[in-house]
Design a protein around this ligand. Sequence first.
Ligand SMILES: Cc1ncc(COP(=O)(O)O)c(C=O)c1O
Length: 513
Amino acid sequence: MVEMPKTFEPERPEKTPESPTFTGNRGLAIEEPPIFEIGTPETTGVDFEPLSETETRLGGMAREDGIGLPGLSEPQAVRHFVRLSQQNYSIDTGIFPLGSCTMKHNPRLNEKMARLPGFADIHPLQPEKTVQGALAVMEELARWLLELTGMKAVALSPKAGAHGELCGMVAIRAALEARGEASSRRTVLVPDSAHGTNPATAALLGFSVRAVEAQPDGTVSAKNVRAKLGSDVAAMMLTNPNTCGLFEREIVEIAAALHENGSYLYCDGANFNAIAGKVRPGDLGVDAMHINLHKTFSTPHGGGGPGAGPVVLSEALAPFAPLPFLMREGNDLRLVETESDAPDGARPFGRLVAFHGQMGMFVRALAYMMSHGADGIRQASEDAVLNANYIRVQLRDRMSQPFGDRACMHEVLFDDRFLKGTHVSTLDFAKALIDEGFHPMTVYFPLVASGAMLVEPTESESKLSLDQFIGAMNSLAKAAKEGDTERFTDAPRFAPRKRLDETRAARVPILTA
Ligand SMILES: Cc1ncc(COP(=O)(O)O)c(C=O)c1O
């Protein structure tokens, strides 16, 4: 990286082939140093009135030195963040084909709704009578989620998919405790294609994890599950459609085998966007499932704060749902915050978060549901599957699929066999895609495929953008085969930063100047 001078003084860094211009900028792509290198504590974009005399309650604890945060004037601050944002790639820039992440368009209508002052400016400690509209949004969202999943209860408070897994598995543990079997059932079955959060969740709760191997076709068989069952098994965590983009066809049989064994079926619902409006997990025998609102229901990933990963629960697990509960009493809605206030039969396992969940995400998800309607949600699932299969069919002759040439669900999995003998790796291939102006697909996940490349286009892409992506993938696959390795080994060649040592960046991060 070129070191940027703080001011336009005569001393300039040397021009190098990496940075061929005087400023380090390339065209209108402006270099921007970290804020710590350009800000000074003496500068501020805001003037505060001097504080009127107040009595301090900090005793001797009051800080006397400045905290040294970098300060910028308002125009400097605006430019700093705009320039950084221009170096970024986002769903508003182009196709974001990260498999398993479902980066779909965030409709602007959702944003408009979430910014309405009646939703945006409320506080969780406001008296309930002043937030009846917000509670009604939560009630309506819960109704849609229960209708779409065919389940009995929903906990809205979890803040993400992984948090939802924790919620569902704690509910399972609470149900086992109520049966007096929590200490004997200490094992959770997890397929070897699972997302890392599944075994991590089980381990976090003190369960030991028993792997279930996939069949040669990439799915889990009821026979393999049965072979792993015993009186120690608390539950199985199964993703459906799974992380290879395939529907687990034996899920009903698997659920029945688990239930016969006294165990529960946790479904990782991260891929619900492939089947929403088509299949109800409750009808498949699922006992608990999280729904990542930022995947299936188009809320932004991140979204200016925590996200939302509601968990739906079957009849068997509903009594153990976490507080708070939303109850309707006549025309009024109220939140049950304590176990003593809970209705008969409820045995909440406690609470997961301080308040009620992420209101901003609830509004966005409900806006998506209501603007699409039941038929629109079903069509979104169908289009997501259609788009993934379009990519699969267009690329199948040049790339390789680990489980044979068969229809996929919302994402298509390729492996690295087509790169054999080319000296190009999956990582090189992904980096070369950046030079073509695309965010790469998910790589090296799931682990069951060698050098995996998992592509999820989502329903929001037009045929034109799919064709452009397919064209780039095709051209790269051809170049690799023809020995044009320069396109790969130095990639990305045209990005603001070259290839980073990602391991070092993660292990030895430099977080301040
Ligand atoms: C299959 C699967 N399970 C669980 C998760 C975790 O979800 P979250 O990122 O919302 O915590 C993801 C996230 O990508 C996923 O793809």
